[in-house]
Design a protein around this ligand. Structure first.
Ligand code: TYD
Length: 239
């Protein structure tokens, strides 16, 4: 069984990552692929606790929100659990896994809300996430932070922990430089200011390019194996 494909969708709050994850799942399922769509924070025990912090129901005794280091370690623990319980088994079964957010969010959100200089924080955040399964493709939905804020307002609901204009503007800059912090990942940027269908079409192009690359790699792997067998046969002593 071939390993499936692991795709991550990232962007600031209100960029449309959740909508695009659901739409991509629908399209890939319709095309006959086995798809598992997921998100972080997860619905698991650590992820559920994180959601209580994000909605401000869980705080430090002083009433302040959990600090960035505590949040970083909670997100990292949730991610290891996510990998063990869902991502790794799904990939092993050959499925395409689509995750709405991953460790790229940790470096951005926890890196920009802590006390350390960003480069130092980013280094530590990457270090505590070394157990995270690497994605095959990261799609960043780029959007102007004011446009994203308008969308969040239109959506309604209480403001979550990180939904603060100044932070979202910094996150926007961070996401546009994402490859600097994740040089080993394949990162594709799509213009999130366009309509839902156009954004979906741009994501599709990136995903199809990934499938094509995987197919080429598999073919190259098979050829190499055949060549090895041929060489082995030739090396065998002649009767
Ligand atoms: P979001 O994905 O927008 O979900 P919902 O639609 O339920 O609000 O919210 C998750 C929030 O968590 C978002 O503000 C980004 C933040 N986050 C981090 O700060 N660090 C992380 O590692 C992850 C995965 C998310």
């Amino acid at each position: 069984m071939n390993r499936g494909a692991f795709i991550v969708i990232e962007g600031i709050d209100g960029s449309g990552t959740t909508t695009q994850t659901a739409l991509l799942e629908k399209r890939l399922t319709a095309s006959g692929r086995a798809v598992v769509s997921t998100r972080e924070p997860t619905g698991g025990p650590v992820g559920s606790m994180i959601r209580q912090v994000l909605t401000k129901r869980l705080r430090e005794p002083s009433g302040a929100p959990f600090n960035a280091s505590t949040m970083a370690l909670l997100f990292a623990a949730d991610r290891v659990d996510h990998g063990a319980v869902l991502i790794t088994p799904a990939l092993a079964s050959g499925a395409v896994v689509i995750s709405d957010r991953y460790d790229h969010s940790s470096v951005g959100y926890q890196g920009l809300t802590g006390k350390l200089p960003f480069a130092e924080a980013a280094f530590w955040l990457r270090a505590i996430n070394t157990r995270a399964v690497r994605p095959d493709l990261v799609v960043v939905v780029d959007i102007d932070p004011r446009e994203a804020e308008n969308r969040r307002r239109a959506r309604g609901g209480a403001e979550e922990l990180y939904e603060v204009a100044a932070l979202q503007a910094h996150l926007c800059t961070y996401y546009s430089n994402l490859s600097k912090y994740f040089p080993e990942d394949t990162i594709v940027h799509v213009d999130g200011s366009r309509g839902t269908d156009d954004v979906g079409a741009a994501i599709d192009r990136a995903v199809q390019a990934l499938f094509f690359r995987q197919l080429e790699q598999r073919k190259a792997g098979e050829l190499e194996e055949q060549l090895e067998e041929l060489l082995e046969d030739n090396r065998a002593p002649k009767p």
